[in-house]
Design a protein around this ligand. Structure first.
Ligand code: PEP
Length: 253
């Protein structure tokens, strides 16, 4: 088997009503084993993080932020402080999700600043790479992912790299119902790992988890888990149903 711990991560985005959060957790939490090989997390909007952290004190479920600002504190109305996220007990934060890049003008530069801010505050960044070709029309798809990776990691030390998870999410596969094939995703993950090897050396690169995201369902998930360089999944729509989410968790065992 792989040395890297599988990671199954739900991304709620701004779905899920306030009165749905408790029942969802009540379905999922009792079904999670305390000492599972699989790491299980939910990324939720900031509003719900406090409640979720309180509800998961005695649970292995990991709570993940969906975004962070790059400054620790100050006059940035409406933003989320990475320092506050860390102090609240949040362990991971998504950085540079495709929807952030597309709808909120996040750039390689802000993704880098946010990655560094997360690391500085003890939050583990989950760095999202996509293949939105529009912003990089002069580059081939492979080069887009790699240039995003390189930009996101600018200034990240070898020690810090160990805290990072990479998510490969082809733009066309997110929310479209059309997942990448397991082969395609493996190819991209291998490319990302090769690039990490070039930047940080093989020992470190072998320790970094690479997730696939984009229309994952219980039907297609097993094929992703089998791939050599894919260490987990990032799941939007299918994970809104707690039973499907649990099924995905079980498939990762
Ligand atoms: C996502 O938003 O990260 C995602 C993968 O969404 P979906 O599973 O709905 O494609």
């Amino acid at each position: 088997g792989k040395l890297r711990r599988p990671f199954v991560l739900a991304n709620w985005k701004i779905n899920m009503a306030p009165d749905e959060v408790g029942p969802y957790l009540q379905t999922v939490l009792p079904a999670l084993a305390d000492e599972s090989r699989v790491e299980v997390g939910i990324a939720a909007q900031d509003l719900y993080l406090g409640q979720m952290l309180a509800a998961t004190q005695a649970s292995p479920l990991t709570i993940v932020g969906e975004n962070t600002h790059w400054e620790d504190q100050g006059a940035f109305t409406g933003e989320t402080s990475p320092k506050a996220l860390a102090q609240m007990g949040v362990e991971y934060v998504l950085i540079g999700h495709f929807e952030r890049r597309k709808f909120f003008n996040e750039t390689d530069e802000t993704v880098n600043l946010k990655t560094l801010a997360a690391l500085r505050n003890g939050l583990k960044p989950i760095v999202d790479l996509d293949e939105d070709l529009s912003a990089y029309s002069h580059l081939a798809p492979d080069q887009v992912i790699l240039s995003q990776l390189e930009a996101a990691l600018r200034g990240v030390t070898a020690d810090q790299l160990a805290e990072i998870t990479v998510a490969y999410e082809p733009t066309w596969a997110i929310g479209s119902g059309e997942a990448a094939s397991a082969d395609q995703a493996q190819e991209a993950a291998a490319l990302i790992r090769q690039s990490l090897t070039n930047l940080y050396g093989q020992d470190l690169a072998q320790k970094i988890r690479i997730l696939y995201g984009g229309s994952v369902t219980p039907d297609n998930a097993p094929a992703f888990f089998c791939q050599k360089d894919i260490d987990g999944i990032l799941v939007g729509k299918a994970a809104l149903d707690p039973h499907k989410f649990l099924k995905l968790v079980n498939q990762a065992q």
